[in-house]
Design a protein around this ligand. Structure first.
Ligand code: AMP
Length: 419
């Protein structure tokens, strides 16, 4: 067993689990955060998804729960550790990981998120649990129904805290904190690490240790990035071409709207590419099925919106495509964090139409780097189109018509006044 994991202070039970999982050495965030968490410190970690952050908080919490004398009261409804996440997919993902990390132990791990039956969750929550992974809204529902108590909770993790704030969960988080044991250890994980995040974290934490695995807002080093300028109306065609010609077997594609994700999936299917869309309009069952089909290779292209894609953990995902450039530059970091996970190589492609150029500029400012661009043969953006728009007689005649119309209106208005 790796002495590197041992030197972090992890106990033999956890070390044995890591061996079973085939984890050979700790990732950067694990290396930096685990000793402090084991030592009871609050930690503020800037680590994007794919860096092994779930194990960075999961392993030490599980170890501390195993070692703790204050075991869960089987009659009560106490939660010993709470992991708050922004989306149901991430909740499920964190659950899947933590179950693996706690295998063989009696640690009880439960999820609570919207879109699924409240009754079923209530039954799972009876007699409390050791670790609850929840989205804020559903957690508050359970608190109101007195299904759980956070009064004795010792650990609070805010996972993907930046996204939780972006999604407007701050008031919910404050409500939850009011009923949370004040004598707790708080761990704050966020992909982006700006002033806003830090100032909130400092309000919720006590003398947090700052851990940052990559410079602020940088993208995973193992991800190769490329921007293909292309006309908007040819994006779907270009995507189908890339998938086919480069033999991409598993590609995650981002669109900015739910409707966009559905129509792109339809278009790809017409081109003979097995595709499915995943967005907030779909039921939890449909989203899970699309994800499972993608993971097992039944579906080659999964089209997702930013929110729906949050928390997806697909092993060895090699391609991510930004079909639409993200409105928020930070989302670029989240999106491409889907590839090149845990040290694996990935390729992130952005299809950029002319009207999206300013979005690329915002991304480049955030990353403080220029992204490489390439025109693909046969898909070069047509300069003519724009020039035509500016100079075409049609446009000229349209604008002269407009001018004539304005003049007419003025005349009418003037006449009205005179009358
Ligand atoms: P996360 O950033 O927590 O979503 O983790 C991304 C993926 O990396 C998960 O599928 C983990 O199973 C995997 N992983 C986490 N830590 C390690 C490690 N030390 N060695 C190898 N894989 C890991």
């Amino acid at each position: 067993m790796s002495t590197e994991f041992e030197s972090l202070g992890l106990c033999p039970t956890i070390l044995a689990t890591l061996k079973t999982l085939g984890f050979e050495k700790p990732t950067q965030v694990q290396q930096q955060a685990i000793p402090f968490i084991l030592d009871g410190k609050d930690v503020l970690a800037g680590a994007q998804t794919g860096t092994g952050k779930t194990a960075a908080f999961g392993l030490p919490i599980i170890q501390k729960l195993l070692e703790s004398n204050s075991k869960r009261d089987p009659q009560g409804n106490d939660v010993r550790a709470l992991v708050l996440v922004p989306t149901r997919e991430l909740a499920q993902q964190v659950f899947d990981n933590l179950i693996q990390y706690a295998q063989g132990s009696e640690i009880k791990i439960v999820t609570a998120y919207g879109g699924t039956s409240m009754n079923m969750q209530t039954r799972n929550l009876e007699q409390g649990c050791d670790i609850l992974i929840a989205t804020p809204g559903r957690l508050i529902d359970h608190m109101f129904c007195k299904n759980i108590s956070l009064r004795k909770s010792e650990y609070l993790v805010l996972d993907e805290a930046d996204r939780m704030l972006d999604m407007g969960f701050m008031p919910d988080i404050q409500r939850i904190l009011k009923r949370f044991n004040e004598d707790r250890q708080t761990l704050f994980f966020s992909a982006t690490f700006d002033k806003r995040i830090k100032s909130i974290a400092y309000k919720l934490q006590q003398d947090p240790i700052e851990v940052q695995v990559s410079p602020s807002n940088s993208t995973a080093e193992t991800v190769k990035q490329m921007v293909y300028p292309v006309d908007k109306k040819r994006k779907a065609e270009l995507l189908a071409y890339l998938i086919g010609s480069r033999n991409w077997q598993q590609v995650l594609v981002f669109t900015k709207t739910k409707q966009g994700s559905d129509s792109l999936a339809k278009e790809l299917k017409l081109d003979g590419i097995k595709a499915a869309s995943i967005n907030g309009d779909k039921s939890q069952g449909a989203r899970q099925k699309a994800l499972d089909d993608f993971k097992t290779g039944k579906v080659r292209a999964l089209i997702a919106t930013d929110v729906a894609a949050r928390g997806l953990d697909i092993q060895q995902l090699e391609q991510v495509v930004n079909f639409d450039m993200p409105y928020k530059a930070e989302d670029y970091v989240h999106r491409i964090g889907r590839t090149g996970r845990a040290g694996k190589e990935g390729f992130a492609v952005s299809l950029m139409s002319r009207d999206e150029h300013y979005l690329l500029e915002a991304i480049e400012r955030l990353l403080d780097t220029r992204l490489p661009q390439e025109w693909l043969e046969g898909f070069e953006p047509s300069l003519v189109e724009d020039v035509e728009l500016e100079r075409s007689p049609k446009r000229n005649s349209r604008s002269s018509e407009k001018r004539k119309m304005k003049a007419k209106l003025k005349i009418h208005a003037g006449r009205g006044k005179r009358r």
